[in-house]
Design a binder for this molecule. Structure first.
Ligand code: FES
Ligand SMILES: [Fe+2]
Length: 383
C-alpha cells in the first residue's frame, strides 16, 4: 500500500515549520519516572511477563521465512520459539521444545526445512507442528500422536511481520492491537524488501536501551559522526496509535527546502525520516533512501541485559558495486551508531543508576515519545 504523496507532504510541511521556528512536537509537561523503573528486579519480571509474554510481539519479519517450508528459531525472553511458514505458505509459531522430553527440535537460526528431527531421540515434526514420526515407535508404547504436536503459540502474519504471543492458549486480535497503526505499517511494504543481513548485539537494560530509540534530542551530540550527519537534532513529529508511535525526524535538507516554494521541494520523503515504533520493542527505521533498519530489543534475564537483533534491509537486491558499497556503508553505520554510540552510552548510564545520583529521571516536553512509552508500560503492567 503506497502512502498518498499528500500525507508525506503534510509531514514535510510540519517538519519545515518546526525547523524554521526551531521547535518540535511537545508533550504537555515534563514527566518524572522513578529510577526504580529501570532497576527493580521484581518490577522488571512483572513488566516483562505482562508486556513481553502476554502481548503480541512483532517477532519475525515475513521475509525471514519468505519461502514455503522455512523457519526462524530464536530465543525470546528465555523462551525458545520456532516460527515456520508451512508448505501452504501459512505462518505458525511453536515453542521449540520436543513433546517427548523437551529438547529443542531445531538450532537457533533460519533456513529451509520440511521437517524438524529432534536431536535427542529423533521424533520428527513437520512445519505445521505435527508429530509425523517417532524413532522406534513400535517399541515406545501407546501414545496419542495427534496430541503430541509442537505446542503452538498464537500467531498471525500482517503487514510483513509475524506477530506472536509467547503464552500458549492466549488469543489476540491483531486489528485491535494495531488499530490505525496497521495502515502505517502497510505503507512500509516490508514484505517486499530484501534482507541484506542480520546481527545480534548485547546491550544495556531494556529501558535504558529503548529510550534511545524514541528521541532525536541526542542525535547531534552522541551521533555527530553517524546518523547525526543526516538528521536535524531535537526536531520530531510525534503521532501515537494506541501504544504504538510514529516519529518523524527531519533531514538536513530541510535547511534548503525551507527557503523554497513547496513546488520546488521535490519528493517530500527525501527531507524526513520515519520511525515506526511498534510497542513494546520493535523500531522500523527508514534511515537513508533505499535502506531500512529493523531493531528488535529483547529483555534479558536481568534488568541490565538485552539482546538487540538488527535487520538490515534494502529496497532491492544490491547489484552494482556502488549499490553493494552503499548497503555495506549503511550496515556499518547502523552498527557503529547503535553499538559504539547508543549502547556504549547506555552501559555507562547503567553504572550510575544505582549510585543515587538520580532518584528520578525527567523527560522533557521535547521527549514526548519517551513519555508515551513509559505511560504505556505502566498501563499494561497494571492490567
Ligand atoms: S526429547 Fe525429542 S525425541 Fe526425545
Ligand atoms: Fe541513538
Amino acid at each position: 500500500m503506497t502512502r498518498p504523496m499528500q500525507e508525506t507532504m503534510d509531514m514535510a510541511r510540519r517538519a519545515v515549520t518546526h525547523f524554521v521556528n526551531r521547535t518540535t512536537d511537545q508533550a504537555a509537561s515534563t514527566y518524572a519516572l522513578d529510577v526504580s523503573a529501570y532497576t527493580d528486579p521484581a518490577r522488571y519480571r512483572h513488566e516483562v511477563e505482562k508486556i513481553f509474554r502476554e502481548k503480541p510481539l512483532a517477532l519475525v519479519l515475513s521475509i525471514e521465512i519468505a519461502e514455503p517450508n522455512s523457519y526462524r528459531a530464536t530465543e525470546v525472553c528465555g523462551t525458545p520459539v520456532i516460527v515456520t511458514r508451512d508448505g501452504d505458505g501459512v505462518a505458525h509459531a511453536f515453542l521449540n521444545a520436543c513433546r517427548h522430553r523437551g529438547a529443542p527440535v531445531c538450532a537457533n537460526g533460519r533456513g529451509q526445512a520440511r521437517q524438524f528431527s529432534c536431536p535427542y531421540h529423533a521424533w520428527v515434526y513437520d512445519t505445521k507442528g505435527a508429530l509425523i514420526s517417532m524413532y522406534g515407535g513400535k517399541t515406545f508404547g501407546e501414545v496419542d500422536v495427534a496430541t503430541l504436536g509442537l505446542r503452538e503459540l498464537p500467531c498471525v502474519e500482517k503487514a510483513g511481520l509475524v506477530w506472536v504471543c509467547l503464552t500458549p492458549g492466549k488469543t489476540f486480535d491483531i486489528d485491535d492491537w494495531l488499530g490505525d497503526f496497521a495502515y502505517e505499517l502497510e505503507t512500509l511494504d516490508l514484505a517486499n524488501w530484501h534482507l541484506h543481513t542480520q546481527r545480534e548485539i548485547e546491550g544495556p537494560g531494556w529501558k535504558v536501551c529503548w529510550d534511545g530509540y524514541l528521541e532525536a534530542y541526542h542525535h547531534n551530540t552522541l551521533h555527530a559522526e553517524t546518523v547525526g550527519k543526516y538528521t536535524v537534532g531535537n526536531l520530531m513529529l510525534h503521532d501515537t496509535y494506541g501504544p504504538h508511535q510514529r516519529l518523524v525526524f527531519g533531514r538536513k535538507s530541510l535547511l534548503q527546502i525551507a527557503r523554497k516554494p513547496e513546488d520546488d521541494w521535490g519528493d517530500p520523503s527525501e527531507h524526513i525520516r520515519l520511525i515506526h515504533s511498534v510497542f513494546p520493542n520493535t523500531s522500523i527505521s527508514g534511515v537513508v533512501g533505499d535502506h531500512c533498519l529493523v531493531s528488535q530489543v529483547f529483555p534479558g534475564p536481568t534488568p541490565e541485559t538485552t539482546i538487540t537483533r538488527q535487520s538490515i534491509m534494502t529496497a532491492r537486491v544490491p547489484e552494482t558495486d556502488a549499490e553493494k558499497a552503499a548497503t555495506e556503508a549503511f550496515s556499518q553505520m547502523t552498527l557503529k551508531a547503535v553499538r559504539d554510540e547508543d549502547y556504549n552510552m547506555g552501559f555507562q548510564i547503567q553504572k550510575t543508576l544505582s549510585s543515587k545520583a538520580n532518584e528520578a529521571f525527567v523527560f522533557g516536553r521535547n521527549e514526548p515519545a519517551l513519555q508515551h512509552y513509559h505511560t504505556q508500560v505502566a498501563r499494561f503492567a497494571a492490567d
